[in-house]
Design a binder for this molecule. Structure first.
Ligand code: AOF
Ligand code: ZN
Length: 367
């Protein structure tokens, strides 16, 4: 039965919702390509599901068709994005759909890639396959927000993250841990979903962080480590330097320290010389542009107070996660306060999600 507002049935919505869940689960892990979900239904039963492969290929439709446990002839296909119709690194999905005689194809929105955009419905209709657009469009637009930013602005989708105590301290030399284990898991999930993680050498030298994803079994999918290090002050004995391998570390610098530069290059780090154009700090927009060109589509910024503030002030976070503990932190000899709450409350006040993870409170600000 179709609902009043559109011509889609509750079952259509259920299958598309599943396809969207599949796409969401792989989001951030498909490189250049959008993460797509696909569900194939025959006589009301699911006969296959598929997701875009890790790194972006094979496409979701290909995976779903290959995994069918029944002939997909005369089935319905629910895809979260317009299927591709061009020869890229893989052949057109429309061709595969036609070859397998799928009868109806549902997708919420058109692809924004101009090679593909808007052409698939005609191609499918010419082969007597019904193409139905618009099913759960709003949800799909939400899912593809990062893909849109990547393709339209040629920038990474940027998520910021900070952990603070009840008394708003983000660092104290008395205690290393601020938030609880569940919050840590969420942080590691954010790392898993990102292909780059950005900090300054100042934070690196103080915290000596690992910056990897420590969710069991997912360490291999840890993001690249990106360090802003204007004067090449990075501690060569730090964990990050010791664990440089396979171009997993990008360092932006503006220094003539040849010894350090040679050492880091020899270790396998990617060094990018970047002028500050007479300013105190790097222009973050230029950094983001360069990172996008280096393949970083989803960036997590785990900055200290100043880096976070710079991103917040320029409204350069697409999302910002604030983890707040219910405990006060002792100040000790050295401590750092979080000084951007007012910016969050003024510039990021439109979309806020609040929830509790045991004793911690998480607020996600969406731009
Ligand atoms: C789909 N299904 O799962 C994805 C699609 O170079 P190629 O052949 O991999 O094509 C890349 C383009 O395909 C990409 O720019 C985007 O438009 C689309 N992504 N399309 O049919 C998928 N990930
Ligand atoms: Zn495709």
């Amino acid at each position: 039965m179709s609902t009043k507002k559109d011509n889609f049935t509750a079952k259509d919505k259920k299958f598309m919702k599943l396809a969207l869940d599949l796409a969401r689960a792989r989001k951030g892990l498909t490189g250049d390509n959008p993460s797509v979900g696909c569900v194939i239904v025959k006589k009301g039963e699911i006969i296959s599901i598929g997701q875009t492969g890790y790194g972006g290929r094979p496409h979701a439709e290909h995976n779903a068709i290959s995994n069918c446990f029944e002939d997909p002839k005369d089935s319905k296909m629910y895809i979260t994005l317009e299927p591709c119709n061009h020869y890229g690194k893989t052949p057109p999905c429309t061709k595969n759909i036609i070859k397998n005689q799928i009868r109806e194809v549902y997708y919420p929105i058109e692809d924004i890639d101009l090679k593909v955009k808007g052409k698939s419905s005609l191609i499918l209709e010419n082969s007597n396959i019904k193409a139905k657009k618009g099913l759960l469009k709003k949800e799909a637009l939400n899912l593809y927000n990062s893909y849109y930013i990547n393709r339209k602005k040629k920038l990474p989708y940027v998520i910021g993250k900070i952990a603070l105590s009840k008394n708003k301290i983000i660092y104290s030399d008395t205690t290393k841990r601020i938030t609880n284990e569940m919050s840590d898991k969420l942080t590691h999930y954010l790392r898993f979903k990102s292909d780059g993680i950005l900090i300054t050498s100042k934070t690196l030298n103080i915290d000596n962080p690992k910056l990897n994803c420590r969710l069991e079994g997912y360490t291999k999918l840890s993001p690249k480590r990106i360090i802003l290090d204007k004067n090449l002050k990075i501690n060569l004995k730090s964990y990050i330097v010791k664990s440089i391998k396979n171009k997993n570390t990008i360092i932006f610098y503006n220094s003539n320290n040849k010894t350090k530069k040679n050492f880091l290059t020899k270790k396998g780090a990617i060094l990018i010389k970047q002028s500050t154009h007479g300013h105190k700090n790097f222009d973050l927009k230029i950094i983001l542009k360069k990172l996008y060109m280096k393949g970083i589509k989803n960036l997590l910024v785990e900055g200290g107070d100043q880096l976070t503030k710079s991103f917040l002030q320029k409204v350069m976070f697409n999302e910002f996660y604030m983890f707040k503990s219910s405990k006060n932190l002792l100040k000790g000899n050295k401590y750092v306060n979080f000084t951007s709450l007012d910016i969050l409350n003024t510039k990021y006040n439109r979309h806020k999600i609040n929830f509790k993870l045991a004793t911690d409170r998480i607020t996600i600000y969406k731009n």
